[in-house]
Design a protein around this ligand. Structure first.
Ligand SMILES: [Zn+2]
Length: 257
């Protein structure tokens, strides 16, 4: 990680900034360790082989859960609802097919440069992961959950003016109180947050923690459902027929191609 949370403020600091304030020995004291954005646990500084580099922040090798440690980067996949609720699935799919434009814009707000194909991909992933069937899932939570279903590489974003609109590889996680989507509804003293992390776009393959540049918390709100903005006519004309097709006939079993 190129940045981490300051040991006791909300500041995001680089390794150089950390060393300037605490010295390398700061790591030996639990109270002055830089902290992970996600799990808030203390980090250490891992040296790099690259000359002139101060190194990266890294987790201590403990078993503490942190979504950023998942090898795939997508820790919530393959964990289906324990008590699937078909009634909620029908309700959510119906609301979503009506309001998909608001969801598109919210997801685009989270992942700038959102490509139509990425939007289609999250909807397919949502059905594969049976997201609709979570009994307590509310419509406003959909785009936040969607954001955690796939990676958002720069090279999948809109290509405009000879460059990709999204400069980095984006990835989203809920805070570490969430190990599976069921945990979204557990009692918590702190409000649930979503973290948006960005990585340097690797030459090939998926980014590693060494490519992790920075991260910010995103508040989870339902405000976007009251927004009357619309996506561009091109987006509407491309996605509307696709939505109608996949949710046609039976909303319980959308036909996904
Ligand atoms: Zn962590």
């Amino acid at each position: 990680m190129h940045k981490a949370l300051h040991p006791y403020s909300k500041e995001h600091i680089t390794v150089d900034e950390y060393i300037r304030e605490f010295g390398r020995e700061g790591i030996s004291e639990k109270t002055t360790r830089p902290r992970c954005f996600l799990c808030k646990s203390g980090l250490f500084i891992r040296a790099l082989s690259t000359p002139n580099s101060s190194g990266h922040f890294s987790h201590f090798p403990t078993n503490a859960y942190c979504p950023s440690k998942a090898t795939s980067g997508l820790p919530y996949l393959g964990l289906y609802p324990r008590k699937p609720n078909q009634e909620n699935a029908i309700r959510l799919k119906s609301l979503f097919s009506k309001n998909w434009q608001k969801h598109f814009l919210k997801l685009k707000d989270l992942a700038p440069g959102l490509h139509i194909n990425e939007f289609k991909e999250v909807i397919k992933a949502a059905s594969r992961e049976r997201i609709w069937e979570y009994a307590e899932l509310q419509e406003f939570q959909l785009p936040y959950v969607f954001s955690t279903l796939i990676d958002f590489p720069s090279t999948n974003s809109i290509f405009f003016d000879k460059k990709y609109v999204r400069k980095c590889w984006f990835r989203f996680w809920f805070d570490s109180s969430v190990k599976q989507y069921e945990d979204l509804w557990i009692y918590r003293t702190e409000p649930l947050t979503l973290t948006r992390a960005w990585y340097k776009q690797p030459q090939r393959g998926k980014p590693t923690l060494d490519d992790f540049m920075d991260a910010y918390s995103v508040n989870i709100t339902s405000d976007f459902l009251n927004n009357s903005n619309l996506p561009s006519p091109y987006v509407i004309n491309t996605i509307q027929p696709w939505i109608e097709q996949i949710f046609s006939g039976s909303v319980e079993n959308p036909r996904l191609n």
